[in-house]
Design a protein around this ligand. Sequence first.
Ligand SMILES: [Zn+2]
Length: 274
Amino acid sequence: MPMHGGAFGERVVDLDAQAVALAHAQHRARYLAVVGPYIRGGILARDELHARRPGSQAGLLGVLEPVTLRFGEVLHEPGLPITHVYFPVGCVVCLQAAAEGPEVGLIGYEGAAGISLALGVEVSSARALVQASGTALRIKAAHFKKALPHCPALQRSVYLYADAKLRQARQTIACNRFHAAEARLARWLLMTGDRARSDEFFLTQAFLAEMLGVRRATVNEAAGALQHRDLIGYNRGKLRILDRKGLEAAACRCYARLERASVRVRTDAALQRH
Ligand SMILES: [Zn+2]
């Protein structure tokens, strides 16, 4: 399975393109109307955005900035101060323990990057790298710290999410060490698809090899096996999940474990709002 060429990192979602255009136009209210359903599914509730809290001039809405993040962009570096918290809307961010090395966490609409600020930690312990281009809402670190005490539902979601991220990191490290490349690749593709809310994304063999911590030849072999079973398709750099159930069966058990932790955060966050 040749995996090279193509404008990797670009996503294929019309709604996302619309959101990008509105974000660029700085039409924040309309932008939020478009991305609202996306935010609703995540930890950043729309209610929080519009609420006016004591000590907060305009809730989070006034200090959230829509941004477009590109493949390969580094949001946080290990050992450097966290300048912004990012809430992905249509992009996917991966965490690496070091500047180079396998993925130890994936962040999409369900989470946020930089939330260790909520725990009083102002320096990043991981590298946050954009792996699928798209939109996000970001907030300056100082504004986040000031706003959080006035947003109890968000605060609770952030703490739950921080706990889920720790579980995810532990599970992912064990997965990278013990599970076969093909099962890990299936797990990684499913998790990326879930976070991008798309069954299509652009990927390169080199990037996959780095994320899984294996040689390119190993990725090529694993992807070829999944393709041979008609679980995934690959054309001009664009990877498509063809058979989600089949891919779930091919993935290691870490996928189900990691998703359970993620669903728990979303369910808890949703319950609080009703
Ligand atoms: Zn695994």
